[in-house]
Design a protein around this ligand. Structure first.
Ligand SMILES: [Zn+2]
Ligand SMILES: [Zn+2]
Length: 347
């Protein structure tokens, strides 16, 4: 029985690229006790493989957070399957706004300590005492009220390419950091109406409960996040107050929500909101690059990386010997982003 993907990444990517099967990209989450995540994981892997699901699913004792694509013709049976599962039934599914069906190339189901890394001690506060869930219509009404604070609960690289008009967009790399920064920045406004939003809503579930436990009295959150907001705006013909793109954690990297381009190329400052990963795989920095700079720097973040990719594999190894990829290092490197223009132009 196969319980893990064993195939090569390049092969899988090529396969999905050439596969004509229409697929839909979906996400959902639920905070629900899962007694035995390992057993649950293995069962999901076997079952979901049969449906042809590709995606990234996180399981923890506290619940499930899933982002995936599925062949359109299997969707109806998959919904029935979810409804027949005690912890997954009546699941609100969020359907991607801009979707080519090539969002994922493999099925990856991981067991995590938490479904979203928040750095919080869940025993120290009531995680079920969440903020008011708002529909898109209610969200627009609340945004129009005076003295409300709109807070983007996502990271800097996400809000940089798209956010709600007038939102606070903290300069952070992680959700863990974000929670502490928001608590600190708003500490003198605990009685003001706070409106929280994130990609699909899962981060706000935890953030709203945390802020309430810190004494905030009027905490509200966009239910279903930006993804479902965009859908509701279209379906109900509501005014769209979100500017730019919604960053997503799959191969698509973003979904266009409005035509505004609110970001700039990190290398030349030209209006641009297309993220890319540096072509030097030892670097892999996520940054914004226009098509001109992509050509000029061969898809790299700096002339340094551009030189590296011209070397042989062995020479590259030599340069990065002893340097192991680590999460902290990635965060450290992400601090480079605002400086890329200077680095590129001064070499
Ligand atoms: Zn550029
Ligand atoms: Zn680089």
């Amino acid at each position: 029985m196969i319980l893990y993907n064993l195939e090569n990444k390049a092969v899988l990517k090529e396969r999905i690229k050439n596969d004509p099967t229409p697929r839909t990209t979906i996400s959902f989450y639920r905070y629900t006790p899962i007694d035995n995540p390992q057993d649950f994981r293995d069962k999901l892997y076997i079952d979901w493989s049969k449906f042809g699901v590709l995606g990234r699913i996180y399981l923890a004792l506290e619940g499930i957070n899933a982002q995936f694509s599925i062949p359109n013709k299997k969707l109806s049976d998959f919904k029935t399957y979810l409804d027949n599962n005690e912890s997954l039934k009546d699941m609100p599914l969020k359907i991607a706004v801009e979707d080519n069906g090539k969002s994922f190339y493999k099925l990856d189901i991981k067991i995590k300590h938490k479904i979203v890394a928040d750095g919080l001690d869940d025993k120290a506060f009531d995680t079920t005492n969440v903020g008011n869930h708002l529909t898109a219509k209610e969200w627009n009404q609340y945004m129009a009220e005076k003295d409300t604070i709109v807070v983007d609960m996502r990271n800097y690289y996400e809000s940089e390419i798209g956010h709600f008009k007038g939102a606070i967009t903290p300069d952070v790399d992680t959700f863990k950091e974000e929670l502490q920064v928001v608590k600190e920045e708003l500490k003198n406004q605990k009685n003001t109406k706070v409106l929280l939003y994130c990609t699909g809503g899962v981060r706000c579930e935890k953030a709203s409960a945390f802020l309430k436990s810190e004494g905030f009295t009027d905490v509200n959150q966009l239910y279903g996040g930006i993804i479902d907001y965009a859908r509701q705006c279209q379906a109900e013909n509501l005014e769209n107050k979100f500017l730019g793109k919604n960053f997503v954690f799959d191969e698509r990297l973003s979904e266009k929500i409005s035509n505004d381009i609110i970001a700039k190329c990190h290398q030349c400052d030209k209006p641009c909101d297309t993220h890319t990963n540096c072509a030097n795989n030892h670097c892999h920095l996520l940054f914004i690059q226009c098509t001109d700079c992509q050509k000029k720097y061969d898809g790299c973040c700096t002339p340094h990386c551009q030189n590296v990719i011209k070397l042989s594999k062995d020479q590259q190894k030599e340069i990065y010997r002893g340097e192991k990829y680590s999460y902290n290092k990635q965060i450290y490197r992400s601090r480079l982003r605002p400086k890329l223009k200077d680095i590129c132009q001064n070499i």
